[in-house]
Design a protein around this ligand. Structure first.
Ligand code: KE4
Length: 430
């Protein structure tokens, strides 16, 4: 498999763009080799600039639950474009998508659209601080909530990948209000509330996807809910990744825990730049121009992006069972990978939530970031490179999650397991 054109493209990109990429995790730094430059996507497939085809398990880090170039989403975008790209004025398209989002989440009465998950989380944090008139926030080591200053503390995803979970350039004054707790450890959260009476909110990925896939224990989330309620702090579920991937009705429908605010992204834009945050009426009423908490965006609610999101969520509305179908495929995939790895003496921890799947090369179960970071990163890199050469595109960091789309067929799943068997054998034979 030649990747000469990707190498050439990467060299040129590095002369103009820091690291040659517009988002660090794409640089393949933790797995080595040259990042693959993509020419196009179609269904379950990516084709790179050398003409190599791959089955895509990244799907733009989650948005493409219906695969690349879904007909109805593409048609909706093309139709919207014919009416103009952006107006900076309200459109009915925003209300229509808001209606859909609200219909899926019991916890959401009102929603505000922005252009990324980072913006959604940054805004939700400000809203929580404004609503409670408190300054401190609690996040969990290994959770990633986008790159706004207050959240770049012991973050997951790319930040963990590069070993700088707390980024330079963020003044200590900006993060002194960010308290850290350990995922799935309620005692660590109780300590935060003992240390501060000024906690505005606790933000958590209820299905963590940025330390690898590590779902929160149900009883932990229930205890977290009680702790927040007892202390007058808001509970924020960051479902930018897990929203419409773990369940169409949010983690609240799986766990029975109702958050005060939810942040969303990825799938709700159908592949276009959309983020959102929503919650109960009385909290959202604090948001400008209704209330005093300021938040704004030139392209927020962009009509073309709204059309893509509406098409994507409409498909989910018409066929909510799709997540259950994708979950079965995800389970088949990781169980098969675990089986063929074991045949070569390699131990894998695996997990699935809806269309999200994760795996660790680790002897022990993974319940938090400390456990995840004990996984075999070198073996992960060899696996990633081997699968890539076999035509399977996995996330280029062990601190990420894999995804199944409706375009990922059962045959593709079996082919992936067979390829994994060859890769593990080659790794073992050195
Ligand atoms: P964006 O600003 O990248 O749209 O969303 C930030 C964000 C917030 N919350 C959660 C739970 C997220 O997973 C993300 C972004 N996810 C990463 C993938 N792990 C985006 C990929 C990247 O950074 O390039």
């Amino acid at each position: 498999m030649s990747t000469e054109a990707s190498k050439k493209a990467f060299n040129e990109a590095q002369s103009l763009i820091p690291g040659g990429v517009n988002s660090p995790v794409r640089a393949f730094k933790s797995v080595g080799g040259t990042p693959i430059f993509i020419n196009e996507g179609e269904g379950a497939y990516l084709t790179d600039v050398d003409g190599n085809k791959y089955i895509d398990f990244v799907q733009s880090w989650g948005p493409l639950i219906f695969g690349h170039r879904d007909e109805s989403i593409e048609a909706a975008v093309i139709e919207a474009v014919k009416h103009g790209l952006s107006f900076g004025a309200p459109t009915v398209a925003e209300t229509e998508l808001a209606k859909l989002v609200v219909s899926f989440f019991d916890s959401i009465d009102k929603v505000r659209f922005v252009s990324s998950g980072t913006e959604a989380v940054m805004s939700a944090i400000r809203l929580a601080r404004g609503f409670t008139n408190r300054d401190d926030i609690v996040k969990f080591t290994g959770c990633y909530h986008g790159h706004s200053d207050a959240l770049l503390v012991e973050a997951g995803s790319g930040a963990a990948t590069f070993g700088n979970p707390s980024s330079p350039g963020v003044p200590a004054d900006f993060t002194k209000h960010t308290l850290l707790a350990e995922y799935n450890n309620i005692e660590s959260v109780k300590k935060c509330f003992a240390d501060s009476s000024d906690i505005a909110c606790v933000i958590i990925e209820p299905i963590a996807g940025n330390m690898g896939l590590v779902p929160a224990d149900k009883e932990f989330l229930h205890a977290l809910r009680k702790l927040c309620s007892d202390n007058g702090a808001l509970l924020i579920f960051d479902e930018v990744m897990s929203g419409f991937r773990g369940s169409v009705n949010g983690a609240e429908s799986i766990t029975g825990v109702t958050p005060d605010l939810v942040t969303l992204g990825k799938v709700i834009g159908g592949g276009m730049p959309v983020g959102a945050f929503g919650g109960k009426r009385e909290i959202m009423a604090q948001l400008s121009p209704e209330g005093p908490v300021y938040q704004a965006g030139t392209l927020s609610g962009n009509p073309v992006a709204m059309a893509a999101g509406f098409a994507a969520l409409s498909k989910l509305k018409q066929n909510a069972r799709v997540i259950a179908v994708l979950e079965e495929r995800a389970k088949t995939l990781v169980a098969g990978m675990k089986r063929v790895a074991a045949a070569e003496g390699i131990t894998m921890q695996i997990d699935v939530r809806g269309s999200m799947f994760g795996f660790f090369f680790n002897e022990k179960p993974v319940k938090n970031f400390a456990n995840a970071s004990e996984s075999d990163a070198e073996l992960f890199a060899k696996f990633h490179a081997g699968m890539l050469s076999e035509g399977f595109y996995f996330a280029c960091s062990l601190y990420e999650t894999g995804f199944i789309s409706t375009a990922t067929t059962d045959v593709m799943i079996e082919d992936t397991i067979d390829a994994a068997a060859r890769v593990f054998k080659a790794i073992k034979n050195g």
